[in-house]
Design a protein around this ligand. Structure first.
Ligand code: ATP
Ligand code: MG
Length: 217
């Protein structure tokens, strides 16, 4: 356990961190080091009562669920896979926006395959979300778990289609894939440990309010 008495916020590097910086600044939180260049995983901020922990995007809900972080910022994609247990999700920050889609090789008639009741091989890192989506449509699928580069799977003959995040569509196009179905729009959410919010409301509530105000701008 750590001796830190303040509030701990879990963040991932890369896209979410870059888009979170202005929201943090609006809450008076300025990291003392850049996580992209620092090897430190615990980053102090200009506020002595707030620190950051830097974790993999998919690990953010786990840190907050178990109270190792009081708050975090995670994509809805990651939250759906995690399940959201023990988490309060008070603010849609409207950052890191994209959509979760089904994509298939140009020339594969996805709609016809679905109509004919074909059994589809789907590669994705979003197993739970994909399972729920296809079950709701009554489509039979074999789900194949991958950890990255989903676009390769249909090209290499591993799958008929993929479920992945798309923003511009450039990566799909570069690999001769087309979006055949949108599953849902995705953005990042502020998440809060439910128990921490009850016990430490006086410290955490103002941060939630600051993020909510910053997200409106
Ligand atoms: P890692 O790179 O550590 O394996 P990751 O690939 O999940 O993890 P990122 O690519 O930085 O990490 O994605 C983090 C989050 O950013 C995703 O969970 C999603 O919510 C959002 N995101 C991913 N891709 C896009 C995109 N193309 N446009 C906008 N937001 C995106
Ligand atoms: Mg990535």
């Amino acid at each position: 356990m750590s001796d830190f008495a303040g509030v701990t916020l879990a963040l991932s590097k890369g896209r979410i961190f870059q888009e979170t910086l202005p929201l943090l600044a609006a809450a008076g939180i300025v990291p003392r080091e850049d996580p992209e260049s620092s090897r430190k995983l615990i980053l102090p901020t200009q506020r002595p009562d707030v620190r950051l922990v830097i974790v993999r995007a998919a690990d953010v809900p786990t840190y907050v669920q178990h109270g190792a972080a009081d708050l975090g910022i995670a994509g809805k994609d990651v939250l759906l896979e995690h399940g959201g247990m023990g988490l309060y999700q008070p603010v849609d920050l409207k950052i890191a926006r994209c959509r979760l889609c089904v994509a298939a090789p140009r020339g594969f008639d996805y709609a016809a395959a679905v109509r004919q009741g074909a059994r589809l091989r789907i590669a994705t890192k979003y197993i739970e979300t994909a399972r729920n989506h296809f079950a709701a449509k009554g489509v039979h699928v074999d789900l194949i778990k991958l950890y990255g580069s989903m676009e390769l799977a249909p090209l290499a003959g591993l799958a008929d289609a993929i479920v992945d995040l798309v923003s511009s569509g450039a990566t799909l196009a570069a690999n001769d894939l087309v979006e055949v179905e949108e599953i849902m729009p995705i953005s990042s959410r502020l998440i809060v440990n439910q128990a921490a919010l009850k016990v430490r409301r006086a410290e955490i509530r103002p941060l939630i309010d600051a993020f909510a105000r910053a997200a409106e701008h």
